[in-house]
Design a protein around this ligand. Sequence first.
Ligand code: PPS
Length: 301
Amino acid sequence: MEIPDISSIELHSRPKIFEFEGISMIDFFTKNWEKVKNFQARPDDILIATYPKAGTTWVSYILDLLYFGKDDPERQSTQPIYMRVPFLESCFPGLPSGTELADNLPTSPRLIKTHLPVQLVPKSFWEQNSKVVYVARNAKDNVVSYFHFDRMNHGQPEPGDWDTFLKAFLEGKRVFGPWFDHVSGWWEKKNTYPNLHYMFYEDMAKDINGEVERLCAFLKLSRSDEEKEKIINGVQFDAMKQNKMTNYSTIPTMDFKISPFMRKGKVGDWKNHFTVAQNEQFDEDYKQKMKNPTLNFQTEI
Ligand code: PPS
């Protein structure tokens, strides 16, 4: 599908949050719901699922390079990541919807991104036994990244100040609902759906080589050491920040003067944002909400 010229898209006001199927949503992600719900997955599709700001673009680019990096240089230099890896539930003005982009992807496999909680994923992915890669990020860094994203992206609801945003996040009132249920729901899905590979942002930050190896093992891919080294160099934070195809600089609703999409890419940046009181309150709340003792996060490395 041709890449549309989106340079002149303007949004006149920020979207409002409402409840949809029990989840806080905005209409850019619900407008196309019938088509999302009835989306026809294929057995070789790879669904990349995350809570927003957990490392979606990072893992999308790794997968894109693993599958298409070597044989398709034009794809790498001309197609932004959001065209290569359609955002399934998205339906933004001036852009083809996620389902339309996915339906028209010429590649095999198709790489498809979603932020949906597990219970809202179109059932054809399960029926087709498609592969799923889920990435989770510790809640404290995740909420910080989400706050800055909502400040700079006019396609997202107004964030308010940091304290307001943090409270809303803890109450599960930011877009895509509670982080707690998202990471736990997908974690539990692993028990009944073996074609799901659950990864952590922090592990990628600590040992990207090991994480790429594990991804290759899950996907049954064999790549030469030289190819893997090239991929690992290409997916470093600074390389992706410089790369116009991965840094989202082509999206006009994002104001990089407020905050860039590739902001810091660190584990532990939350320490520069949380006050002592906010941290205590957060830890208390976290204990109440995270009941699964097998799901553990690293908030520093
Ligand atoms: S989105 O909008 O939900 O698709 O955003 P997502 O890609 O999930 O998350 C963006 C955050 O991931 C960081 N990022 C990276 N960190 C380390 N290395 C690499 N290569 C990388 N690529 C993206 C990005 O900087 C955002 O995190 P913050 O903490 O805001 O910097």
